[in-house]
Design a protein around this ligand. Structure first.
Ligand code: NAD
Ligand code: WQD
Length: 339
């Protein structure tokens, strides 16, 4: 298929582009590089040996999105573009609603005008809010706890209404849990700007000596060892899930699907696994809980297997090993162009 990938220069987008190219799809990426890196797409081209058309632009620019869809003859869209930093969304909700919600509306209007009605949307487990039951199934109550999660929920509601109004749309909303890791080549990976807020990139930077110690937010949770537990998912598994989802859209319909492993690991599990694969000590200090954190959050992944024939295949050590390789080979992320 000819696919328009919004936000394809980002962490999950670049890994998904690599898998889409390997499956013979033709890609156009639009990205405003507010958090992604054009270098990532250059490396995707070199790794795959196939071309990617890259357009610097903003999904809020409806005229640009219309011309891209029309000129490139796109048949479907995978929509990664969005702001995702929870803390920033609390301090600046207007930017998140404008970028994520208004941007998606512009994209969808352009798709409608060009008669392109297949879309895979990057949603998030954050739409579930505090887990009422575990593992989380797709029929769990939806009630986001921060402005970022609310933008995802608003977009999901918009897509559900759109489908109800016109079932010629084919829509897959994928709710990711905790993506981590990197492609096995070590050439593409997660390159967070500033101090990482997520656990895995922070641990990797401690292992590499860029950070002194890990602060573990809370050691008194009702979990195996008192630290928070999450459903970590290898980013390449996630990418393969997108390939399966977009190909399943040929059959039409609308789906809301968890992309997770169904297995939860605690913060201390992650520390030990990373020490094992890196051979480096991860000094840490257990401090107060981070406001808004849940004790435990992990997916029931069975619907993804039923709908798309997809399940996560890569385990915790492989997630850590691949993340470590990326960190070691790219200590300055994509800014280190010599790698
Ligand atoms: P990322 O920031 O690496 O990628 C997002 C990309 O979108 C970046 O390249 C950025 O430059 C681009 N972008 C943002 N706003 C844009 C706009 N208005 N126009 C054009 N490009 C724009 O983030 P990621 O981790 O790859 O996440 C991709 C998607 O998955 C996001 O929508 C995110 O909310 C969602 N998600 C991420 C996680 C996670 O933990 N990484 C979990 C659940 C959901
Ligand atoms: C994981 C665990 C922390 C950092 C977030 C977003 C979510 C989604 C995925 C976009 C928790 C602990 C972390 C640190 C720590 N992103 N931790 N010290 O919070 O589950 O989800 O990323 O959609 O929306 O909320 O991931 O990696 O921040 O935290 O102890 O320095 O690690 O308390 O238990 P989280 P995380």
């Amino acid at each position: 298929m000819r696919i328009l990938v919004t936000g394809g220069a980002g962490y999950i987008g670049s890994h998904t582009c690599l898998e889409l190219l390997a499956c013979g799809h033709e890609l156009v990426v639009v990205d405003n590089f507010c958090n992604g890196h054009e270098e990532a797409l250059g490396r995707v081209e070199r790794l795959s040996g196939k071309p990617v058309t890259v357009v610097e632009g903003d999904i809020q620019d409806r005229a640009l999105m219309t011309s891209l869809l029309r000129e490139k003859g796109s048949e479907a869209v995978i929509h990664f573009a969005g702001l995702k930093a929870v803390g920033d969304s609390v301090s600046d909700p207007l930017s998140f609603y404008t970028n994520n919600v208004f941007g998606t509306i512009s994209l969808l209007e352009a798709m409608r005008d060009c008669d392109v009605r297949k879309i895979v949307f990057s949603s998030s487990a954050t739409v579930y809010g505090d887990p009422r039951w575990l593992p989380i199934t797709e029929n769990h109550p939806l009630r986001a706890k921060n402005p970022y999660g609310t933008t995802k929920l608003v977009i999901e509601d918009l897509l559900r209404d759109l489908y109800r109004s016109d079932s010629s749309w084919a829509i897959a909303m994928l709710r990711y849990f905790n993506p981590v890791g990197a492609h096995e080549s070590g050439r593409i990976g997660e390159d967070p700007k500033g101090v990482p807020t997520n656990l895995m990139p922070f641990i990797a930077q401690v292992a590499n000596g860029r950070r002194d110690e890990l602060r573990i937010w809370g050691g008194d949770y009702p979990t195996r060892d008192g630290t928070g537990e999450r459903d970590y998912n290898h980013v390449v598994d996630l990418a393969e899930g997108h390939v399966a989802a977009i190909e399943a859209l040929e059959a039409g319909g609308m789906s809301e699907v968890n992309l997770g492993t169904g297995t939860a690991y605690t913060v201390l599990d992650m520390v030990r696994a990373f020490e094992e694969v890196s051979g480096r000590p991860i000094p840490y200090k257990i401090v107060e809980r981070r406001p808004g954190d849940a004790a435990s959050c992990f997916a029931d992944p069975s619907l993804a297997e039923q709908r798309f024939g997809w399940r996560a295949r890569r385990g915790l050590l492989e997630m850590c090993r691949d993340h470590w390789r990326w960190e070691q080979q790219n200590p300055d992320g994509y800014r280190d162009r010599s790698a």
